[in-house]
Write a protein that binds this ligand. Structure first.
Ligand SMILES: Cc1cc2nc3c(=O)[nH]c(=O)nc-3n(C[C@H](O)[C@H](O)[C@H](O)COP(=O)(O)OP(=O)(O)OC[C@H]3O[C@@H](n4cnc5c(N)ncnc54)[C@H](O)[C@@H]3O)c2cc1C
Length: 423
């Protein structure tokens, strides 16, 4: 039985990572784990990726490994990542992948987005990834699709260049799943909309320069919703407290208030009162990106778990050599591969301009639910150390929890699949 002295020394070794005395070498340094990681990526077997896609993925990966991953703990503690990351990401072309070069984009396909999302998983930080994805895949594609040339000139081009931060404001305190129930009201007064109401859970919300905002312009229900470009320097707009979350800690999530805010009518996106349909359509890209992102977060978590299983010994052998772990990981790797192919199947349809609501929804549901089980086991193999913040593994576990909630909950995904299948 260790005496009190042993216990306190052990705690000291754990806290300081001082590994000077052999008998108390309990922490496997992060750096050694990193060195032992064998990448799971099997790009050669995916025929869709060109040399350019793979080079792009490597660029994003390097950016994440050098500019983001080393700061994850610090930014998680701060509850936000530095704004200049938006600019650095933009300089690599991350916000304009599928956007017309006329607005500063690269005009590439969805496979380039998949390469980007895979690279992004190497930041080991769901919060930063989410903040960047809100810009790259959740807001700007909406603007690119619906915006007029004037709107694109004013909002899209500077956001692609990383000079303006964007957010999407759909959810409200009264409900997020039921988009048709939104209450934030926009009254038409001559050539302006006067907006009053509240939004909740808005990613990038504390520092967005503009928000693509869902407002009620017409009757109750899904026919009376419009999307409007909302610059956040408008009088009457305020940001409430930053919301403290259990995961994705580096991203800011905000409540927003609108008190008789006036925006010109020319900032309406697409047709008035069509906002519900636009939102449902835009959810497709968001959910596809979320599904792909979950797949690669799982892969990263598995890489850490496999590396740890090789390092950590118990009962005279590396714990990863016990059959229970080999089988568990073999099952997870098989399921991750299935999740990836489901997502790629959906992506392929979207890339060819085909309707893929069923496939995207299935991919999002499957990857989101699977990510809970995979990261649970990845954390479990770390034993007590998994329950600390010393290793990135607990961050993966925390961060993926959002997948079954954000961009539409798993229950809503099942509702959509049931509808698609006419059950
Ligand atoms: C970290 C974070 C970031 C977010 N970022 C954004 C953002 O940038 N912009 C934005 O607009 N929103 C954002 N959201 C909001 C998110 O989209 C919503 O939380 C989500 O859509 C669920 O809505 P809700 O929280 O209001 O839950 P509710 O809609 O109130 O649902 C509560 C529960 O009831 C279930 N439920 C609801 N309807 C049904 C049904 N028909 N059948 C069965 N079960 C049902 C749900 O699945 C859920 O389990 C974010 C949320 C979080 C947590």
């Amino acid at each position: 039985m260790p005496g009190p002295l042993n216990l306190s020394f052990r705690r000291f070794a754990v806290l300081t990572k001082t590994l000077s005395f052999d008998g108390y070498r309990h922490l496997i340094p992060d750096t050694r784990l990193e060195e032992n990681i064998v990448t799971l990526a099997t790009e050669a077997t995916y025929p869709y990726f060109t040399e350019e896609h793979l080079m792009f993925r490597e660029t994003v990966k390097k950016f994440c490994q050098t500019e983001i991953a080393p700061h994850t703990e610090e930014w998680d503690e701060a509850g936000i990542f530095p704004r200049d990351i938006f600019k650095k990401a933009a300089d690599l072309g991350l916000f304009g992948i599928r956007i017309d070069p006329k607005w500063g984009g690269s005009g590439l396909d969805w496979w380039a987005t998949a390469a980007y999302l895979e690279g992004l998983s190497h930041c080991n930080n769901g919060g930063v990834a989410m903040g960047l994805m809100v810009q790259s895949d959740i807001t700007l594609p909406v603007l690119a699709e619906l915006g007029t040339d004037d709107q694109k000139e004013e909002f899209l081009a500077p956001a692609v260049a990383g000079d303006r931060v964007a957010a999407l404001g759909i959810s409200e305190p009264g409900g997020g799943s039921d988009v048709a129930a939104i209450k934030t009201r926009a009254r038409l007064q001559e050539d302006e909309l006067v907006i009053s109401g509240q939004k909740l859970w808005i990613t990038n919300g504390t520092r967005a320069d503009f928000i693509i905002l869902a407002v009620r312009t017409g009757e109750e229900g899904h026919r009376g919703v419009s999307l409007v470009l909302f610059p956040t320097d408008v009088k009457g707009f305020s940001v409430g407290k930053k919301i403290h979350k259990v995961g994705n800690l580096s991203s800011d999530t905000a409540e927003l208030f609108f008190d008789n805010c006036r925006v010109p009518l020319r900032y309406v996106l697409g047709e008035m009162d069509r906002g519900f349909y636009y939102t449902m359509h835009n959810f497709q890209g968001e959910r596809l990106a979320a599904a792909i992102s979950a797949v690669f977060q799982m892969e990263r978590a598995m890489e850490y778990a496999i590396a740890y299983g090789k390092e950590r010994t118990a009962f005279g052998k590396p714990v990863g050599q016990f059959q229970v772990w080999k089988h568990k990981f073999a099952e997870h790797l098989t399921s991750i591969e299935a999740a990836k192919w489901l997502a790629y199947r959906a992506l392929d349809l979207v890339n060819r301009g085909q309707r893929a609501v069923r496939e995207i929804t299935m991919a999002k549901l499957f990857a989101s639910d699977l990510s809970q089980r995979v990261t649970y086991d990845c954390m479990q193999i770390f034993g007590g150390f998994g329950y600390t913040t010393e290793y990135p593994i607990s961050r993966f576990w925390r961060d993926v929890r959002l997948h079954t909630i954000g961009a539409g909950t798993s229950e809503i995904m099942k509702e959509i699949i049931a509808k698609e299948e006419k059950l």
